[in-house]
Design a protein around this ligand. Sequence first.
Ligand code: NDP
Ligand code: 8X3
Length: 254
Amino acid sequence: MKKTVLVTGATSGIGEACARKFAQEGYDIIITGRRAQHLADLKKELEVKGTRVLALAFDVRNRKAATAAINSLPLDWQQIDVLINNAGLALGLEPEYEGSFEDWETMIDTNIKGLLTMTRLVVPRMVKHNSGHVINIGSVAGDAAYAGGNVYCGTKAAVKTITDGLRIDLAHTSVRVTTVKPGLVETNFSNVRFHGDDARADKVYHGVKPLTGTDIADVVFYAASAPAHVQIAEVLVLATHQANGSVLHRDASK
Ligand code: NDP
Ligand code: 8X3
């Protein structure tokens, strides 16, 4: 029987790559994000290739909108087999004593509360059917703070702990729970972090071969396609020249 995946933040980067990967592997896809036009374009492209796609534009910070979107699912889309909680962002790299209250709030509301909202809305049906898989996108940033990472690192540490908590709460069921923790992935992430300063964003990837969204999508799919008795609890995926959130070897000649 065909399976359904719901990907949050499917308009760009890792989420978009996950949507493409699961589509390629024969899943029906629910793509979500705030940018409706990006969703419409991706839906059109995947449908041409024969994938069933449902696009739902909403902000994961808006609990009412998220609830309405999940409650609006047509009958044949209601059984979600895989939930990929990917929507998230970093804003700023200032020392904590100079950080922006607004940026902090956006990160906490998106990365932590948005992920919790989607989990709370989708998981009860998984429990009812005693099957499903929640894959949360954490980060190497959640393993240890790096300079200027303060609040972003804190949100990703929270993702790890919240995911571990969910795994405990679901241990009596067949629902699996995974955290995938990427390192440096070249996406829109740094452009967003630096509020559209693309030159500064580009510098993040100078002299190093970063991971791609597709690299992470492959790992996410690996976890989702493991045999039912295998629960990949956590995966840390780094670029080859990255050792942790703070140590990255750059080749100055590149
Ligand atoms: P992108 O900026 O390319 O993608 C972020 C996605 O999140 C977009 O689709 C965006 O959609 C969505 N999103 C952001 N805010 C909201 C919101 N309020 N409501 C709904 N969707 C939202 O970055 P990445 O692909 O790199 O990031 C994806 C995840 O991976 C994030 O959780 C990030 O923290 C994590 N990560 C990234 C790493 C990296 O180096 N790139 C490394 C480790 C983890 P839209 O704007 O349309 O709403
Ligand atoms: C994104 C990776 O190291 O830029 O979570 O924080 S990092």
